[in-house]
Design a protein around this ligand. Structure first.
Ligand SMILES: Cc1cc2nc3c(=O)[nH]c(=O)nc-3n(C[C@H](O)[C@H](O)[C@H](O)COP(=O)(O)OP(=O)(O)OC[C@H]3O[C@@H](n4cnc5c(N)ncnc54)[C@H](O)[C@@H]3O)c2cc1C
Length: 509
């Protein structure tokens, strides 16, 4: 059912298969995934347009870039950002240029640009966005959810997904617990003008870490070179205890004097906000017809730059599963695999972030510990293991025992097929699963799943190598899910193939 607008321009009583609360990076990625699968999805977004003051996340890590590549849109981001080796653990940089991926790097690109590009993509996919409206509440019943909007509108949906950020109203209204760790530190982050130029870069004092940078920068020989002019981004400890409201220019001045001894003539703020190292995670990612993704499901310190990346990957894990359930292809139980797979990923992100925050304390003992960790990370094996985790390339969903590819990302190999050469990822552009057969043609009747699963006979150029794990034996056939993870590996004559197809893509028809 489409968009209903009353004469006053307010939303009337309309319906969609899926309503997403929140059009940040997670909500937009999820909307794109559902729209690609042909599901009627709409976003309700509080902001009147996609813009926000400030910059927030600084970029995209390797697996997120691969994920966007799987949909054929990575180039839109790559063409606007700057490639850099920026994966790091507590400021120890971990170079991944030797990892077997087409994107062995991160991409420096501010979140406002990431959101603009995602908004362009979902607009092409004709996703309706109810802007300047909030989800105020909801009631779920056996067949759907009544979603109450600000200004009196209502939407009916089969499912409501809360992508509404760390303070998620959807999570709270659903009564989903959000256990974790209270903040130990508070920081101010601002984009401002300064009469006196501070020394750019990261500075350590007994009070903690503070940093000055510019929004505009270039990467030269792997180093960040800030432009000489333009707004300054400042991040510094806020020892005032933090007032209840949004921080003001006076709060920033006071913090600058506290930490640096002067305020650099700070003026003309573009944005000033606080962030903490609070770390919390939703106890359940699903409650009936309510699902959570992104910051609504997990929050933590921005150290390590994991939040946006984790949210986008939540969306890509959930999108195809929710689409299949909505279309009646798969039972509702498929949605439980979303929590089972993504909750452990974010739990590990939280632990790694807590560890980094601890290692970034600026006392002598912590300095010594960080140096020891940095020395360990200079060795190849620990570097690869940590970098695989931080880049997302090492994600392993527990799909049981078997070939090392099972539950891991399918490498984007060059294939030779009856239709000529192509890359594995190009087969995923429409978010449809693919059964890749590298053995003899035939041997399995795909007909009962042919409406859902692509079958491609191919020869792979190889090599078959996984980040941090190294070479793996070439498989005879692999079943790749729409999110790019391998659901099954084996021989086409193996009875497990039919079971795997049914588990992931519904019963034969
Ligand atoms: C200083 C800072 C630096 C960061 N750096 C990085 C980094 O380098 N890398 C990284 O990966 N992450 C980083 N992050 C984290 C990243 O910004 C978040 O993880 C990311 O924005 C989460 O995306 P989201 O879509 O889940 O939530 P959000 O971006 O919070 O989006 C939620 C959306 O929901 C809307 N909304 C909220 N409530 C409602 C409602 N009731 N009804 C309708 N709409 C609603 C909001 O307006 C918003 O648009 C950083 C964060 C901060 C603060």
């Amino acid at each position: 059912m489409g968009l209903l607008l009353s004469e006053s321009g307010l939303v009337g009583n309309a319906g969609h298969a899926v309503v997403i609360a929140g059009g940040g990076p997670t909500g937009m990625m999820l909307a794109g995934e559902l729209a690609l699968a042909g599901v009627d999805v709409a976003i309700v977004e509080r902001r009147a347009d996609q813009n926000f003051a400030g910059a927030r996340a600084g970029g995209l890590h390797s697996r997120t870039l691969e994920t966007l590549d799987q949909r054929g849109i990575a180039e839109r981001f790559l063409s606007e950002g700057q490639v850099v080796q920026v994966h790091g653990f507590a400021m120890t940089r971990l170079d991944i240029s030797d990892f077997p991926t087409r994107h062995p790097y991160s991409l420096g690109l501010w979140q406002n640009h990431i959101e603009r590009i995602l908004a362009g993509w979902i607009s092409e996919l004709a996703v309706p966005v109810y802007r300047a409206r909030e989800v105020k509440g909801f009631v779920q019943d056996d067949s759907g959810v009544d979603v109450e909007l600000s200004e009196g509108g209502r939407l009916r949906a089969q499912y409501l997904v809360g992508c509404d950020g760390g303070r998620s109203l959807v999570r709270k209204t659903a009564g989903i617990e959000f256990p974790g760790w209270d903040p130990a530190t508070t920081n101010l982050i601002a984009v401002v003008e300064m009469a006196e130029k501070p020394e750019m870069g990261i500075h350590r004092t007994a009070l903690g870490i503070h940093a000055f940078s510019r929004l505009e920068y270039e990467i030269r020989d792997g180093n960040v070179i800030f432009k000489d002019d333009g707004p300054i981004r400042v991040m510094l400890p806020d020892r005032s205890g933090g007032s209840a409201g949004d921080p003001t220019l006076d709060d920033l001045r006071a913090a600058l004097i506290d930490v640096c001894g002067k305020d650099y003539g700070v003026h003309s703020p573009i944005s000033i906000s606080r962030f903490t190292d609070m770390a919390r995670q939703a106890a359940a990612y699903r409650k009936g017809r309510i699902l959570l993704a992104g910051d609504a499901a997990h929050v933590h310190s921005p150290v390590g730059g994991q939040g946006l990346n984790t949210g986008v990957q939540d969306a890509v894990n959930l999108g195809w599963k929710l689409a299949q359930v909505v279309k009646g292809v798969s039972p509702e139980s498929l949605l439980d695999t979303y929590h089972a797979e993504r909750q452990p990923v974010a739990a590990r992100v939280l632990r790694f972030t807590l560890a980094q925050v601890a290692l970034l304390r600026t006392d002598d003992r912590t300095d010594a510990l960080r140096e020891a960790v940095a020395e360990l990370l200079s060795m190849d094996e620990p570097r690869k293991r940590f970098a695989a985790r931080l880049s997302g390339l090492g994600i392993h969903y527990d799909l049981g025992e078997g070939h090392p590819l099972l539950g891991r990302r399918m490498p984007d190999l060059d294939l030779m097929t009856a239709n000529g050469p192509l890359r594995v990822f190009s087969l995923l552009h429409r978010a449809r699963p693919v059964l890749l057969n590298f053995g003899e043609p035939g041997g399995f009747d795909i007909a009962p799943w042919a409406d859902r699963v692509q079958w491609v006979d191919a020869a792979a150029a190889g090599p078959w190598e996984l980040p941090a794990l190294g070479p793996v034996t070439a498989p005879t056939a692999v079943l790749v899910r729409p999110d790019g993870y391998v659901a099954w590996v084996g021989d086409l004559t193996h009875p497990g193939l039919g079971k795997a197809l049914t588990t992931w893509f519904g019963p034969p028809c």
